[in-house]
Design a protein around this ligand. Structure first.
Ligand code: ADP
Ligand code: MG
Length: 214
């Protein structure tokens, strides 16, 4: 299979760095489900290529809505990860693609001055935001960012988000977002408590699982 078989537009295919020759199994399965508009629960081990799975699915949908002048100004997609390091990693992987597609992308996380981040958000309002839960919730509760138009929400490393005690923050973040939104959850594992939370958060999600043999 090639990336061309995944219903990605020519612009997105052209933006893809040439080091990626073919989609990994999780990318093969998650991208088409995302592009059908479904909620997706994607389980795959570390190193299986989850970043580009949700990254391409999001960027394709954002690139399509770029033709609509109003949606250009709005925060449309949010990726939440448990740590600053992961946020920086994802930001680095997706930045060249976003740049090529003219999609404003930004990252917010703890450890960077709040005022500095607010100034950055004002200067270049993002359509795609990568965030850690605590800082994002701070920005929402202080009304420094608006998430009421967010159409796509990704929770990456959801097992770690839960283990690290972020679920109450996540619930408050989700409550500030539209009820009608596409929810995507990526995780290496789905233990009992997470499975329960997921069934409440996205009861109709399509479950995609990629095992070690892939
Ligand atoms: P995960 O989030 O599942 O742990 P990552 O998205 O961080 O995995 O990807 C792991 C590694 O695989 C990265 O170095 C990334 O560049 C590489 N990778 C991802 N997708 C592909 C692909 N389609 N072809 C080749 N390498 C890829
Ligand atoms: Mg990852």
């Amino acid at each position: 299979m090639s990336f061309r078989d995944l219903s990605l537009s020519p612009a997105v295919l052209a933006a893809l760095p040439s080091q990626y020759h073919a989609p990994t199994p999780i990318q093969q399965q998650a991208i088409p489900a995302m592009l059908r508009g479904q909620d997706v629960l994607a389980l795959a081990q570390t190193g299986s290529g989850k970043t580009l799975a949700f990254g391409l699915g999001l960027l394709q949908q954002l690139a399509l809505s770029s033709e609509d002048a109003i949606s250009l100004a709005k925060l449309t997609a949010v990726v939440i990860v448990p740590t600053r390091e992961l946020a920086a990693q994802i930001n680095d992987v997706l930045a060249p693609l976003s740049k090529a597609l003219n999609i404003a992308q930004a990252m917010v996380c703890g450890g960077i001055g709040l005022n500095e981040q607010v100034a950055m958000l004002e200067q270049a309002p993002p359509r795609l935001l990568i965030a850690t839960p605590g800082r994002l919730l701070d920005l929402i509760t202080q009304r420094l960012i608006s998430v009421n138009q967010v159409k796509h929400l990704v929770l990456d490393e959801a097992d770690r988000l839960l283990e690290m005690g972020f679920w109450p923050d996540l619930q408050r973040i989700v409550q500030a977002m539209p009820a009608q939104q596409q929810r995507l959850l990526f995780s290496a594992t789905l233990a009992g408590e997470l499975a329960e939370k997921v069934s409440l958060l996205m009861p109709n999600a399509q479950r995609i699982e990629v095992g070690e043999q892939n």
